[in-house]
Structure formats: C-alpha cells, structure tokens
Design a protein around this ligand. Structure first.
Ligand code: SAM
Length: 456
C-alpha cells in the first residue's frame, strides 16, 4: 500500500514547483495566471520542464487538499459534485454569460431584467458558480466576469463542450442507474443512460438521435473539436508520429472511418503530401462537411468524402490503412468486433488497421490528473453508449474475435498524449482462414439500428 508523503513535504514541493512556474512568467514579462476577466484563458506552449512543474503543482495541491479535508468530509461533498454541472448548465442554457459586459459590471437587478430565468434562481445559480470562480461579485448585487466566465462568451467550442456535457451527458448520467438495473448486460447501444433519459430505448443509438437534430449534432461536433484542441488530445501528436511515411512514399490510401468533417485527414494530408484520403461517415455528416475542406488545393485534391455506414461491409477496397479515431471506444465488444469484421471484404493482404483511442494502463499507472480524465472518459462512454475505453489485451481480443487474419501489432503512445495508436495488419494467408464468414450480421445499419443484444 502506498502512503502519502508527509503534509509538509507536499507543501514544500508545491512551493518549489510553483516558484519555477512563476519565475518563468516573470522572466518573460508574461501575464501571471489570474482569475481576472482579462487574464489569459489558457497556458500555451510551456516548455517541458515548466509544464512538468505545473502538473506537479496541480497533483500535489489536490493530494494535500484531500488529506486536509478528511475522508469523511471528502465523501460527503463528493456526492454534491453534480451541482457544479447544474449551475453551469443553467447559466449556459439561459445565455447568462453573454448578458454580462466583458469589461465593467452589471447590477444583479439589471441582469434579472434581461433574462427569463427568475430572479431568485438567477441569483442562486450565479452565486453557486462564483464558488467555482465563474463570475465574481465585487460588491453586493454587482456582477462581473472572471477569466473563466469570459471564456463562456468568447470561446464558441468550449461553450459547445459545456452545452453537450450539461444538457446531453448530464441527464444521461443521472439515468445510468435505471438503465443498468433494467438491462444489466450493459452492452446494448440503445439501452443506455442516454436512451432512458431521452426516451429512445430500443429505438436508436445516440448518434442517430443527434443525426436528426442538426443543432445538437453541431454542438457535439464543436464540443469534440474543443476536446481535440485540449491538452493531451491534439491531432498534432498523431501527425508528428512517423507512422505513415512508407504509405506516403508509394502514394497509398487511408480510409478515415467515422472521420466526421475530415479534419484529421486534412491534418494528415498536410504532412503526408502523396497519400490519398477517403473520409467516411454517415450521409448527413458527409453532406454537411465544409467545401472546400482546406485552403490548400494540393490537400483538397487528395481528400474525398464517402457516405458509408461502418456496420455494413466496407466499400473502399484495397486501401493501405483503415483508420479509426475515437470510434472503437464508442462501442461495446459485439459492435466493435462487427465493425472490424465489416472491413474484411475490402482488405488486401498487408492492409493496416490503425485505432487512435485511449488505451487504459493498469490502475494507478497514469499521473493522477491523467488517471482522473481517462477514467472519466470511460464513464462517459458507459453513460452514452454502453461502450468503454480498453486495455491492450482488450484491443487484442477484439481483433482475435473479429478474425484470425488480423495480426495484432501492438500499441504505441506519443509522449504527452492521452490517446494511443493501436496497430494491426491483415494477413489472411498466414492462417489460411475463410474470411467471408460473419459479415455485417446482426446489428443493422447505423441510420436505423434498433437491434438489441447484438451478439457475435
Ligand atoms: C466521436 S466522433 C469521432 C470523429 C472523428 N473520427 C474524430 O476523431 O474526431 C464519431 C463519428 O462517428 C460517426 N458515426 C457514427 N456512427 C457511424 C456509422 N454507423 N458509420 C459511420 N460513421 C458513424 C459520427 O457521425 C461521428 O462523426
């Protein structure tokens, strides 16, 4: 059992590492981190040693705080964590941040006159958010922005992230208990907390519901782009890994499965100047993709879109890579295996399958901050889709169950990135297997799927 360091040694570490971060800002004349409305919204491009000090401070202050709070009080108030989500939800839904001037202040009375949120609730929600440093009350009854509340006005994709999490995931989360009590097998895509919350049990998976509601779909897409631009999730980690140079040298093709509006393919196409890209997604997503997809005509010429449902047999034949980013983690085992199987009719020997997803380490092997975010993502997958993040053996198992012709080649993880790169190659000759079995069976199409218990 690991014992915590003594409290004073934690405090000394906090002091030491904080000093390094502060010196870095002072030496360069950069604005110091602050809650003020005009403070920078993010830490950008910190050198590795300062970024490490910053991580140490975040982890150590959290450890010291937890020790000081006591186990009993920690558990007591952990059960109230959802209230932070609730106040954020109400502020965001009623557009309160936009009603407060970016510079200066507004009286609570005037703010009350600008919204349909009733005065009592407006005041209580604002004052709860203030305990999280979202808004400030510089004098009684006077409201002003902080750096965090200002972002809710100025950062469109962060705002979408808040909307998606507080209005789609949060209600779904509060219905997980009901979903897994009624449907304890907990693998079905239409029997999730999301389905119970939004009355779509046994009707349609979340992606189909969003496909019917352009506003909600756009909010989710924007929220995803906010996450992708966030620390540890940037596409640059994938682009900077030298994983497709051989395919680029021979002008090979990558199929970007569930590639949304193609932004990953565009970034890859900017680095690999000879490769071709086929971005596949559901028809509505494909038809709403920006046109042209990039300012760079040399990129535009090599990126094409194709409507394709990955629960049907693959139609883009003989490509060099079939690539899944943030796709496989959306599905429980039966569906994930089916998605891989559906590639088989298109695969040439040597074709690569590359999955860009979180790969779970053994518990406690991540930094505490990473561990918290990665485990939270796993909970979100359960909530929305009865899906999951996976350990290495679980990825290996998916390929083995899909077909013995898939040869698992291991997993790499770029330094600093939370996503890993899972590799497999199609080598049917090595096992002499009849690989025409089991295609596209049982789970229906992505547009109208209402099949239950998709067993493989
Ligand atoms: C979580 S997003 C990932 C998007 C992108 N790959 C990325 O890395 O940001 C999942 C994508 O899968 C698409 N999708 C969902 N069901 C699908 C299906 N049956 N066939 C093809 N694409 C699908 C969604 O439209 C969405 O664009």
């Amino acid at each position: 059992m690991k014992f915590p360091s003594s409290m004073s040694s934690l405090a000394q570490k906090i002091s030491r590492e904080t000093e390094k971060v502060e010196m870095y800002f002072r030496d360069r004349g950069l604005p110091l981190p602050s809650f003020d409305a005009d403070a920078p919204g993010d830490f950008e491009n910190l050198p590795e040693d300062i970024a490490r000090s910053r991580r140490e401070v975040i982890q150590t202050t959290s450890e010291l705080r937890d020790l000081m709070v006591s186990p009993k009080e920690r558990v007591r108030w952990l059960a109230w964590d959802f209230l932070g989500t609730q106040s954020l939800q109400l502020l965001s839904h009623f557009g309160i941040p936009k009603l407060v001037p970016i510079e200066g202040t507004i009286t609570l009375t005037e703010l009350q006159s600008k919204t349909t949120l009733d005065p009592t609730n407006l005041a209580r929600v604002l004052r709860h958010a203030m305990t999280k440093r979202i808004f400030i009350e510089p004098s009684p009854g006077v409201i002003a922005h902080t750096a965090a509340s200002r972002l809710l006005v100025e950062d469109e994709s962060l705002n979408a992230w808040v909307g998606f999490n507080t209005e789609d995931i949060y209600p779904a989360s509060s219905h997980v208990l009901e979903a897994i009590t009624k449907y304890p097998e907990a693998t079905n895509l239409t029997r999730t907390g999301f389905n119970v919350a939004f009355n779509t049990v046994d009707q349609e998976p979340m992606f189909v519901t969003f496909g019917k509601d352009p506003k909600r779909a756009r909010r989710m897409a924007l929220a995803m782009s906010s996450l992708t631009g966030g620390e540890g999730y940037e596409v640059s980690y994938l682009v900077n890994e030298d994983i497709f140079s051989d395919i680029d040298a021979r002008g090979g093709t990558l199929v970007d499965m569930g590639g949304s509006h193609g932004f990953i393919s565009v970034d890859l196409a900017k680095r690999y100047r000879n490769m071709r890209f086929i971005v596949q997604d559901l028809p509505k997503t494909v038809s709403s993709a920006p046109n042209p997809i990039s300012d760079d005509t040399q990129v535009v010429e090599r990126v094409v879109f194709q409507a394709h449902d990955f629960f049907t047999p693959q139609v883009a034949k003989d490509a060099d890579v079939y690539f899944f980013r943030w796709i496989i983690h959306n599905y429980s085992k039966p569906y994930a295996v089916q998605i891989l199987r559906n590639l088989i009719p298109a695969l040439k020997p040597g074709a690569r399958i590359v999955i860009n997803d979180i790969c779970l380490k053994e518990p406690g092997m991540e930094t505490p901050w990473n561990e918290q975010l990665i485990r939270s993502m796993d909970m979100v997958m359960m909530t929305l889709l009865n899906a999951q993040e996976r350990q290495e053996w679980e990825f290996r198992e998916l390929f083995e169950l899909a077909d013995k012709g898939f040869v698992f080649k291991g997993i790499t993880r770029p330094k600093g990135c939370r996503l890993s790169i899972v590799n497999a190659v199609w080598k049917p000759d090595e096992v002499g297997k009849n690989f025409s079995l089991g295609l596209a069976s049982g789970l229906g199409s992505g547009e109208d799927r209402n099949e239950v218990n998709g067993k493989i």
